[in-house]
Design a protein around this ligand. Sequence first.
Ligand SMILES: Nc1ncnc2c1ncn2[C@@H]1O[C@H](COP(=O)(O)OP(=O)(O)O)[C@@H](O)[C@H]1O
Ligand SMILES: [Mg+2]
Length: 310
Amino acid sequence: MTDGVEGLFARTEEFPNQAAQARLTALVGLDETKDRLVADAVVLLDPTFISDWSTRVHGQVIPAVRALLDRTPLFIFAGDVGVGKTELAEVLGQAIARESDTDVTLYPLSLTARGRGAVGEMTTLLTRAFERVSKDFARARRANGKAVAMGVLLIDEADALAQSRELAQMHHEDRAGVNALLRGIDGMRTDKLPVLTILCTNRIGAIDPAVSRRAASVVMFERPTHAQRAALLTRLLACTKLQASDIDELAAATGSRAGCDYGYTYSDLRQRLVPEIALSAYRRGVAVDMAIALEVTARTPPTRPFDLAG
Ligand SMILES: Nc1ncnc2c1ncn2[C@@H]1O[C@H](COP(=O)(O)OP(=O)(O)O)[C@@H](O)[C@H]1O
Ligand SMILES: [Mg+2]
């Protein structure tokens, strides 16, 4: 296709695959969240799992299960920059595929990257994205409700929608972007398509209440705790001279402290601090040690929280 629909998504990805499994395994501190979301997603996408259970243990599909099945397969991931929203959203399909033993396809759409500019452009992108996914999954469910394939539609950087809404109000236009999103989500629900929509945002306040009200789950992501920083640093600095006590000291040095009431994000540790520690040791031609780690930490401050950023 040449009308832009094929260029709509950054790249689709099929699960299960090994690279996604490795990324899933590398996530720290999200096990409980992940397990809960996966169980929930499987039930939302394939109701036969829970209705089979209900029939087995209750002899029928109980009303509580029917109420559960009325929900919209929509998750909202909110929280600061660099805390794992995109990462978990991109690999959740892997866990869903493993849990349900069903192939899952990810359709990633970033509103910032793709929808910059006019309100109308973002509206068109969203509409086309839902059309494409709806077409791909139109025949993905058997008559008994069993999903033969599942989809994850990731709408990342969804704050852009709110900006468009504010702009739209300024210009007395309608809430076209939000309405396109609502139409898409409601349409897939009405058609009972086995597609999970995940909306990621740095500001939960940016999400229209009409959207968040529909979400089966809203997850607030946080910066890592001391234990989570230590767990990540242990993995990232494995095979160096650093001992467990050094890692603990580094975890403390990357937390909040006097003069700075916020700690490092996951991406601060993984994409800035640890690579810089390695580079610094490399430039000196020596092994990574604690003196280098602390020196680099001192000159690599954490990212300011999003809502404080000016
Ligand atoms: N829970 C985590 N465990 C390990 N690494 C993480 C975790 N969360 C984020 N990261 C790392 O930080 C990077 C940025 O995370 P990302 O998901 O893009 O943040 P955002 O919340 O801004 O979408 C990821 O590529 C990953 O390397
Ligand atoms: Mg992100």
